[in-house]
Design a protein around this ligand. Structure first.
Ligand code: ADP
Ligand code: MG
Ligand code: MG
Length: 252
């Protein structure tokens, strides 16, 4: 599904990604872990096509297309979803209308007719039940005054509505209390199936108690320095990131 080869990227003249290689197949959940500042959020942002980041080398193929050639909107149309860590607040735009626009944009990209009100409502009901979100939250202005947990729930609801082929979730250190972890984990676990894939970025091993990944990768200083199964996450929990740093130092 996704093949990243020797990806290099920088922001403001500073090289952050220094040769990332990663292959993700349909049905798989990959966790990216690593110490703060190693480039995890940068990788997620580059895959989503955020314009602040400049790709300086390498390639990314997504479902046989050159991902780096596509605009963020086209990437969404192809089935990539990036959960925003700090979701924007848009007063005056209801969450429902925001999601309706997003869903119909993706349908338009795929040459499908937009959902009419009845079809959209049916899909909403189904997904609301799935991720256990309230109608009242969806009637409010997008993210305005939402608590951390409500933002998470809304984010997972957007993901459910868009039914992405590849969901990229950047769960940075902030705001991941136990409630947020459960919301994210339940959402991901309900949505994962043999046809989609999840790239889960996290600093903490704890999230992986709830979402069991097929593969775990450690990103350190802009490179994936170690890959394994969920056992690797336990090893990190036990030994901390210093053992990775020491291993890398010894190899150098
Ligand atoms: P992680 O998510 O693993 O904590 P990031 O990808 O956020 O790491 O950051 C990687 C590095 O890029 C850090 O050294 C960070 O300071 C730097 N960085 C991130 N965003 C910017 C930015 N907007 N301007 C300059 N440097 C940045
Ligand atoms: Mg590859
Ligand atoms: Mg980060």
């Amino acid at each position: 599904m996704l093949s990243i080869n020797n990806l290099h990227a920088r922001i403001e003249e500073k090289e952050i990604l220094k040769g990332i290689n990663l292959d993700i197949k349909a049905g798989e959940v990959h966790a990216i872990m690593g110490p703060n500042g190693s480039g995890k959020s940068t990788l997620a942002s580059v895959l989503a096509g955020r314009p602040e980041y400049e790709v300086t080398g390498g390639s990314v193929e997504f479902l046989e297309k050159d991902l780096l050639e596509l605009s963020p909107e086209e990437r969404a149309g192809e089935g990539i979803f990036l959960a925003f860590q700090y979701p924007v607040e848009i007063p005056g735009l209801t969450t429902t209308n925001f999601i309706k626009t997003a869903v119909n944009e993706v349908r338009k990209y795929r040459g499908q007719a937009p959902y009419d009100a009845v079809q959209f409502l049916k899909l909403m009901r189904e997904k609301m039940a799935m991720v256990e979100i309230n109608q009242s939250l969806l009637s409010r202005s997008l993210n305005e005054g939402f608590s951390g947990g409500e933002k998470k729930r809304n984010e997972i609801f957007q993901m459910a509505m868009l039914e992405p082929k590849l969901a990229i979730l950047d769960e940075t250190d902030s705001g991941l209390d136990i409630d947020a972890i459960r919301i994210v984990a339940n959402g991901v676990n309900k949505l994962r199936n043999k046809d989609n894939a999840v790239l889960l970025v996290t600093h903490y091993q704890r999230l992986l108690d709830y979402i069991v990944p097929d593969f775990v990768h450690v990103l350190y200083n802009g490179r994936i320095v170690k890959s394994g199964t969920k056992e690797l996450a336990f090893e990190l929990e036990e030994k901390g990131y210093d053992f990775i740093k020491n291993e890398v130092a010894q190899e150098a």
